[in-house]
Design a protein around this ligand. Structure first.
Ligand code: NAP
Ligand code: G3H
Length: 474
């Protein structure tokens, strides 16, 4: 059993208090991580602030070289890191290794995107004659100290998607991984340590969000907060952040809208991979299906069979459905299942729970009085809501508090575009599942799904601010 430490100001540090991390699938202890005290957090913030001037003074090429080194180290260690990540969050082994490889791509992409950043020169343009003599040189400068907070479901990837853009833009970083995912976060930190970034540029803070979360968010040294996680925590961060800029990627209730002319085999395949990968624990998982009455029976039967074919089991066996992250999460999903069952929805698959392992189930005939129609399960359960028209599907889709993504399945592209225009979400996919990637695309939610835009270039832009220097040419 290993005792993991935080990486702070170029050193590995333990804390007086520790948190035990258990494997969700087996209950075995995986290791311990420090529970940082407020004084230790103060030291992280002070060290990072001290490292800022030298780091921001480096050229983009120099900062990019460090990031490429980090990426190379992660690529070299992908199997080793993936194996621990898989145990820590009960994610299939192959997907865990893919998460590390995808992280490598993001880091390399961010490094290269930094090299392409340019400023601009503007000429004065007001009605006053004198304005013609004015020039503004507009450049980007870092925000300062970026606090990066990632969720349990992508503890490495959704960390690096914040850290790499922050660093290339010249910021220094304090990274708080999810508690269940801290060991993976520390393994990511090991790559930064080995790459030899100057002391204090990249630091980790472990500890329970419920205990130190508010303290780190409110910390005066922090200039920018990049958070991915649940909507309630995101809202609290927005409140505590005050006037400091934030990037918030929060919960979702992504719809798949299936029209009469859709290729049903394709739609079913995308709905099942979209809804049940990593047991539905993805913000972008398909979380409800709006299907036209006339094709509902046929689609439901294909989806039912595909769901029955999903492999339920252990992460090391690459099962599609594995134990949920903790008992609270499994109880929550069971609550949604019970509510739907009691209110008359029809389960198309066997309902089964063994500890935190919940078998995948589709519910047909879900109605709007059921919690499953509105709440985010973050588990392997999906509602089919039968609709009579596209207008009804759009209306119900937009009635959600969330607005992350949606999918439309149809062969009629102009119609799909017209529907996409009416959906209150950040991204609409046509004939594909809802998903974040590719990672250079903008990724954003509206309403309770977040604020601000992620995606490599967009994150760099968010984590840097414009500064103008204005002068008269004559
Ligand atoms: P969470 O409970 O909100 O936790 C996310 C992160 O916030 C963790 O690192 C957590 O630390 C930390 N945290 C908790 N309380 C905090 C506080 N008061 N101040 C600052 N940080 C605090 O979310 P989760 O359970 O890990 O992830 C699932 C949720 O995230 C779902 O709602 C999902 O939809 C959403 N999500 C959204 C996206 C997206 O891009 N839109 C992506 C992934 C996940 P601890 O672990 O120590 O509590
Ligand atoms: O869980 C939220 C992630 O941003 C989803 O990413 O669509 O690539 O699985 P993904």
């Amino acid at each position: 059993m290993k005792q993991y430490k935080n990486y702070v100001n170029g050193e590995w540090k333990s804390s007086e208090k520790e948190i035990k991390i258990y494997e969700p699938a087996t209950g075995k202890e995986l290791g311990t991580v420090p529970a940082m005290s407020q004084e230790e957090v103060d030291y992280v913030m002070a060290s990072a602030k001290e490292a800022l001037p030298k780091w921001r003074a480096l050229s983009y090429v120099e900062r990019a070289a460090y990031l490429h080194k980090v990426a190379d180290i992660l690529m070299r260690d992908k199997e080793e890191i993936g194996a621990i990540l898989s145990k820590e969050i009960a994610k299939g082994l192959k997907s865990s290794i893919s998460e590390v490889v995808r992280t490598v791509e993001i880091i390399d992409f961010a490094a290269e995107e930094g090299l392409r950043l340019t400023g601009e020169v503007l000429e004065g343009g007001s009605f006053e004659a004198a304005s013609k003599k004015k020039l503004a040189v507009v450049r980007r400068e870092p925000q300062g100290l970026v606090l990066a907070i990632s969720p349990f479901n992508y503890p490495i990837n959704l960390a690096a998607s914040k850290i790499a853009p922050a660093l290339i833009a010249g910021n220094v970083v304090a990274f708080k991984p999810p508690t269940q995912g801290s060991i993976s976060g520390i393994l990511l930190a090991k790559a930064f340590a080995e790459a030899g970034l100057p002391d204090g540029v990249f630091n980790t803070i472990t500890g329970r969000g419920s205990e130190i979360g508010d303290y780190i968010v409110e910390h005066k040294a922090v200039n920018f907060i990049s958070f991915t996680g649940s909507t309630p925590v995101g809202k609290n961060i927005a409140k505590l952040a005050g006037l400091r800029p934030v990037l918030l990627e929060l919960g979702g209730k992504d719809s798949a809208i299936v029209l009469e002319d859709a290729d049903l085999e394709l739609a079913a395949k995308q709905i099942v991979t979209g809804g049940y990968s990593y047991s539905g624990q993805r913000c972008t998982a398909v979380k409800r299906v709006f299907v036209m009455d006339s094709i509902a029976d046929e689609l439901a039967a294909i989806v039912r069979d595909k769901v029955n074919a999903l492999k339920v089991g252990q992460p090391e066996d690459d099962a599609d459905i594995t134990a949920l992250i903790d008992t609270k999460a499994a109880d929550y999903v069971e609550g949604l299942i019970n509510d739907a069952t009691e209110k008359g929805a029809k389960p198309l698959n066997e309902i089964k729970r063994e500890n935190n392992l919940i078998s995948p189930v589709v519910f047909d005939n879900v109605t709007t009085d059921m919690r499953l129609a509105w709440e985010e399960p973050f588990g392997p359960v999906m509602p089919f809501i039968r609709v009579k028209s596209v207008e009804e599907a759009i209306k119900l889709s937009n009635a959600s508090e969330y607005g992350l993504q949606a999918s439309i399945f149809t062969k009629n592209y102009p119609r799909a575009f017209a529907i996409a225009e009416q959906l209150e979400v950040g991204t609409v996919h046509i004939n594909n599942k809802t998903q974040r990637g590719t990672d250079n695309f903008p990724f954003m939610g509206v309403k309770n799904s977040g604020s601000g835009t992620q995606g490599v270039r967009y994150s760099i832009e968010a984590m840097s601010r414009l500064k103008s220097v204005v002068f008269d040419t004559e």
